[in-house]
Design a protein around this ligand. Structure first.
Ligand code: PLP
Length: 434
């Protein structure tokens, strides 16, 4: 068996620690290993395989497109690119808008910022992002991300980025005692930051689920929209992780209807269900109009790659045809009930958040009364790393970040698989001690 252990530089780990089975296939919510195991994926890998693994219709669409046309640059038209742009504008209700395709989430966010700066007439305008956020690992998106892991590598000021405290209700930076108050204070603070700086071009935030474990209180996003609209500042919704059913809607902001509509939104991950790399920036009609007769100084060789767009079209159709957005909403609600029951049983579960779709975060604490963390974020406590190892030995893969367990299974997960995974979670949490 050829192993990549000594040859590949792996992300987000110490190379010497990297040790993982080789995956050779998959089906539904399961991954198949080279040594014949079938592993239940409770995180959709990097919260991206929303359609499960090897979705047959997406695989067929890729095969079909590959036989017709693998690639043409965006100087030429390509059918799947046109189809996907139309579908995205339709699902998001951004009629009259436009779609710019990228290769993933980070470049979608970088380009969204470029468009917002250009359309606002502030080519170097400031961008407000928040602490405990993640927008990618390119330099500009590291500057936007409020992520302690990469803080020392980049100077946000050099990239024109200002940071706002997060709507982290469990440990509210504003000292609020309720979720609603935290959401209110955090959104109002963004308004104050805009007022204090004359040249803010845009605010970029994750509307709901976030890689860094924040789930904003329900009142946060519409309030943020109101704060930015009132000041004519563009709002960019980073839907890279929260889109495509993860939060029980096509796009998480849709939970708030028109009151939540951003000016731009960025997509990746679930856009093709991760079958091929693809990202997108969806622009409102108003922004598209402003850019219509201006030169656009940006581009990527693989903008709107036809193969990836064909995968995107098939993926979007699969979400719709298989009612996966609604499924995520209802399974997310029942998962949340189970997790609340686990919280009542296990005193190390300090907080449970999410559940608008198949996304939830368990925040683990040493002591529920004091909310003391077992380890300083983003370090993971050894007991939690052992939990991941023990679960994997039982053929279930869970994702952790610091003292958080992130649950984000594929939206196609069978009900009994979800049930079994939560039963295992219950059993293994009983053995976790900080
Ligand atoms: C909210 C969010 N934005 C952006 C990104 C970056 O996407 P990519 O890894 O495709 O560059 C991620 C990836 O985890 C994400 O969760």
């Amino acid at each position: 068996m050829l192993s990549e252990h000594d040859t590949v530089l792996h992300s987000w780990c110490r190379q010497a620690d990297w040790s993982a089975p080789t995956i050779v296939g998959g089906a539904g919510a399961r991954l198949h290993t080279a040594d014949g195991r079938s592993i239940l994926d409770m995180s959709s890998l990097a919260e991206c395989c929303n359609l499960g693994h090897q979705h047959p219709k997406v695989v067929a669409a890729i095969r079909e497109q590959a036989q017709k046309l693998c690639f043409v640059t965006s100087s030429w038209g390509a059918e799947p690119r046109a189809q996907l742009a139309e579908l995205l504008l339709e699902k998001s209700g951004f009629s009259g808008g436009r779609v710019f395709f990228t290769l993933g989430g980070a470049d979608a966010n970088e380009n969204a910022v470029k468009f917002a700066r250009q359309a606002s007439g502030k080519p170097r305008g400031q961008i407000i992002a928040r602490e405990r956020s993640y927008h990618g690992a390119s330099y500009a998106t590291m500057a936007m991300s409020g992520d302690s892991r990469t803080r020392r590598q980049v100077d946000p000021e050099a990239f024109g980025v200002l940071r706002a405290p997060p709507p982290y209700a469990y440990r509210c930076p504003f000292g609020s005692s309720t979720d609603a108050e935290c959401g209110e204070r955090a959104s109002a603070h963004v308004g104050e930051l805009i007022d204090a700086h004359q040249d803010v071009a845009a605010v970029i935030m994750e509307p709901n689920a976030g890689t860094n474990g924040i789930v904003a209180p329900a009142n946060y996003w519409p309030a943020l929209r109101a704060e930015t609209s009132r000041r004519n500042v563009y709002l960019i919704a980073d839907e890279v992780m929260s889109g495509f059913g993860r939060c029980g809607e096509w796009f998480a902001w849709q939970r708030y209807g028109e009151e939540g509509r951003p000016d731009l939104m960025t997509l990746a991950k679930g856009l093709t269900g991760a079958h091929l790399p693809l990202g997108a920036v969806v622009l409102s009609a108003e922004i598209a109009q402003r850019l219509e007769h201006e030169m656009l100084y940006t581009g990527l060789t693989y903008c709107g790659h036809p193969l990836a767009c064909a995968a995107g079209v098939a993926a979007v159709n699969a979400y719709g045809d298989e009612h996966l957005i609604e499924r995520s909403r209802s399974l997310g609600a029942s998962m949340m009930l189970r997790l609340k029951a686990l919280q009542a049983k296990h005193s190390i579960i300090g907080d449970v958040r999410g559940g608008d779709g198949l996304f939830a975060v368990l925040e683990l604490v040493r002591d529920r009364g004091t909310r003391e963390s077992p380890e300083v974020w983003p370090k993971s406590p050894p007991a939690l790393r052992n939990f991941v190892r023990d679960a994997l030995n039982r053929d279930v893969s869970f994702a952790i970040r610091g003292n958080l367990i992130l649950l984000a299974p594929p939206l196609v997960i069978a009900e009994n698989e979800l049930d079994d995974a939560l039963t295992l979670l219950d059993e293994l949490l009983a053995a976790v001690q900080f």
